[in-house]
Design a protein around this ligand. Structure first.
Ligand code: KIV
Length: 276
């Protein structure tokens, strides 16, 4: 009956929340990438990625929007379903899109959709202390939560663009308090986007949760990148934290494996991908 019990002795059993906590404890960096379809999901799994995120970045890289704001729960369910069919080992996280978690009840309904209709194992939402009620409601219902702080792309119109967060002492203090509040509310993982290295260090010291960074420096517990950015598919200027792993690769799988290795060895991110 419990398939996970049979998988326990396997060389690479499926990743779950305990695996992520153990990796943090053992100092093994967690490699995470986004994926939006079954073919890329299979490759990402084969490359050894631990956590796959069906991010609302799909609004930009798949749908061609300028922001993630137009993405709907139906869109994320659709892409999560495809990714779920492509992966075996990685933990599958899906984004709750803009305004799909404005109340605990709405968050619960939409998280259930992502899990039951899509196959997600964890949901991600953007916010800090303002989302404590939502996170604790999901946690009370045993729904694993990844809380996303730092640059919150769903707030792009409010913050005035995609820019580095946590440059001022008050903003840093707020971010540290946010991280502690989210941990206290029952979040399982924190995603930290686009902050100076020093802020990554401070938040790492303030909480026990595994922290996955994107442009948050080397001191966090894992790294995530948008798949299309790290494969060099995204045209034009990409954020400073992006490294194009296709540049030195012979194939897509080769590039994905190079990414996993670079994260594990802490070769990525290097100083050129960090904010000071
Ligand atoms: O939507 C997404 O892909 C994300 C990444 C930027 C981490 O949240």
């Amino acid at each position: 009956m419990y398939k996970q019990l049979q998988q326990r002795g396997m060389p690479s059993p499926p990743v779950n929340v305990s695996t992520l906590r153990q990796m943090k404890e053992d100092g093994v960096p967690i490699a995470c990438l986004t994926a939006y379809d079954a073919s890329f999901a299979q490759l990402v799994d084969l490359a050894g990625v631990d956590l796959v995120l069906v991010g609302d970045s799909l609004g930009m890289v798949i749908q061609g929007h300028e922001t993630t704001v137009p993405v709907t729960v139906g869109d994320v369910v659709y892409h999560t379903r495809m990714v779920a069919r492509g992966i075996r080992r990685p933990f599958l996280v899906s984004d709750l899109p803009f305004m799909s978690y404005a109340s605990p009840e709405q968050a619960l309904d939409n998280a259930v959709r992502l899990m039951q209709e899509g196959g997600a194992m964890m949901v991600k939402l953007e916010g800090g202390q303002n989302q404590v009620d939502v996170v604790s409601c999901l946690a009370r219902h045993d729904i694993p939560v990844c809380a996303h702080v730092g640059l919150k792309p769903q707030s792009v119109h409010k913050i005035g663009g995609f820019k580095v967060q946590g440059r001022e002492p008050a903003a840093v203090r707020q971010m540290v308090e946010d991280a502690k509040a989210l941990e206290g509310a029952g979040a399982d993982v924190l995603l930290l986007e686009c902050v100076p290295n020093e802020v990554g260090e401070m938040i790492s010291e303030a909480i026990q949760l595994p922290i996955i960074g994107i442009g948050a420096g080397p001191s966090v517990d894992g790294q995530v990148l948008v798949l299309y950015d790290m494969l060099g598919i995204t045209l034009g200027r990409t954020p400073r934290f992006v490294r194009n792993f296709m540049e030195d690769a012979d194939s897509t799988l080769d590039a994905l494996q190079a990414y996993v290795l670079a994260v594990r060895n802490r070769d990525y991110p290097s100083s050129e991908h960090c904010f000071s």
